[in-house]
Design a protein around this ligand. Sequence first.
Ligand code: COA
Length: 151
Amino acid sequence: MKLLYRQADYRDVDALFEVRSKTRENPISKARLAEMGITHSSIVEGFELGQLYGRVCLDGKAVIGFCIGDIESGEVLVLAVLPNYEGKGIGRQLLGRVVEELKEQGHHAPWLAADRNAAVRAHGFYRRLGWVPTGQMLENGDEILVLDGPN
Ligand SMILES: CC(C)(COP(=O)(O)OP(=O)(O)OC[C@H]1O[C@@H](n2cnc3c(N)ncnc32)[C@H](O)[C@@H]1OP(=O)(O)O)[C@@H](O)C(=O)NCCC(=O)NCCS
């Protein structure tokens, strides 16, 4: 398997929605995202205006994972890897590059909101990579984590 990582752009947006809807855990449909105000055009606009920074991982021509950070707030908005590609270091690589970019843009403590359920993979994944819960919660019950340390 030869994987390629690169910055995400407008060409990838359909595939990003596809991947987000097909994760093994926490899948989110395009319709649900639209209810949250996240649409094809909002993502394209975010990339073009430089408000969003994304990385994709490709297997051949297919996007199999991605991560997006919000340059203004310092939040990691989304990280998703397709089921067959979990456990290969792809999530770590994607997240690491987006965090690097957020730091370069002046966010010394990038943050994210994640499922509090310890049974989901993301729970242990973020802790393994040095993310620490702040004790703050979103209205939907997700917990806020910040990156602690040099990762
Ligand atoms: C969470 C997710 C992004 C992880 O991606 P991944 O590519 O499978 O993770 P990686 O292979 O890069 O794992 C990185 C490290 O975390 C470790 N890790 C992963 N899950 C872990 C867990 N639950 N507990 C402890 N360590 C864990 C791995 O063993 C690996 O450690 P190593 O580098 O020392 O070997 C992926 O499972 C996913 O897309 N889940 C569905 C969507 C989701 O929940 N996204 C996050 C919330 S928006």
